[in-house]
Design a binder for this molecule. Structure first.
Ligand SMILES: C[S@@+](CC[C@H](N)C(=O)[O-])C[C@H]1O[C@@H](n2cnc3c(N)ncnc32)[C@H](O)[C@@H]1O
Length: 252
């Protein structure tokens, strides 16, 4: 069983991430890949590849993907899923690949975890060929996410405020970051992203992934109550959320 370490906080939650959230971002893959013109033979690096679902999709499209993630368990899961793909351990800020190794770089729900985003973007530019493309995607602002109702309820338990929207979540935020790096933004947008749970247990475990069993038991009633509006007659849940995306070209 992977353990949590300050240097590798994602390994302890990697299996649950894959189970409950691994394909969640799928609706944003299509505009990213289309705008970045990723197809057969494109050499593409997925940064913060998590449990490897996008790597597998890129393989299916005939692209030549590589993955990088600082979490050893995430990298292990990605390697097991995307057989034959070069998956390495590493941070966005220090990509373990050579200069000009890729035609495209994608980072889905990952840039916000880089402690030094300028260094991360500089690394993206370094590993791309001249004229290569960068695609970023991540959660849109809270107001667009049904999940926010649950986060608000959980924050209230501790008398906390739910986390504020960061600059990457709001309209134009990702494009501004890419423009700030000196790159030509090709397009950006927002897509609906549904999160579904098969029933109460999956709902609670998916929302509280990574928490101890005792915490999950304590907070289950809060989650179930806040999610009641999203419960369907068959007992499943469907929460509509949104992801923003932006794609830019680095100079030739
Ligand atoms: C929310 S998950 C997203 C995983 C995957 N991209 C997806 O969309 O399902 C965030 C991932 O970013 C990774 N991560 C955390 N810090 C990072 C960093 N500094 N550089 C690159 N990846 C990082 C985590 O290990 C984790 O796998």
């Amino acid at each position: 069983m992977p353990t949590t370490s300050p240097d590798d906080p994602w390994s302890a939650v990697a299996d649950d991430w894959g189970r409950y959230w691994g394909t969640f971002a799928q609706p944003v893959w299509e505009p990213l890949l289309r705008t970045a013109r990723i197809g057969r033979g494109t050499r593409v690096l997925d940064v913060g590849c998590g449990s490897g679902e996008l790597l597998e999709h890129l393989q299916d499209r005939g692209a030549v993907p590589s993955g990088v993630d600082p979490s050893s368990r995430m990298a292990e899961l990605a390697q097991a899923r995307a057989i034959g793909v070069d998956v390495r351990l590493g941070d966005f800020e220090r990509l373990p690949f050579g200069d000009g190794a890729f035609d495209a770089l994608l980072a889905v729900n990952a840039l916000q975890f880089a402690e030094d985003q300028d260094a991360a973007l500089a690394e993206a530019g370094r590993v791309l060929v001249p004229g290569g493309v960068v695609g970023l995607a991540g959660w849109a602002e809270r107001a667009r996410n049904d999940l926010d109702a649950i986060n608000v309820a959980l924050a209230e338990v501790d008398d906390d405020e739910p986390p504020e929207d960061g600059p990457l979540r709001v309209e134009g935020g990702l494009a501004d970051v890419l423009r700030g790096a000196g790159w030509d933004v090709l397009d950006d947008g927002v897509v609906p992203v549904a999160w579904t749970a098969r029933g109460d247990t999956d709902l609670v475990r998916g929302i509280l992934f990574g928490e101890a069993d005792s915490t999950i038991a304590d907070l289950a009633p809060v989650v179930l109550d806040a999610a009641a509006p999203f419960r369907r007659p068959d007992g499943t849940y469907r929460l509509m959320n949104a992801y923003r995306w932006a794609v830019a070209r680095v100079p030739t």
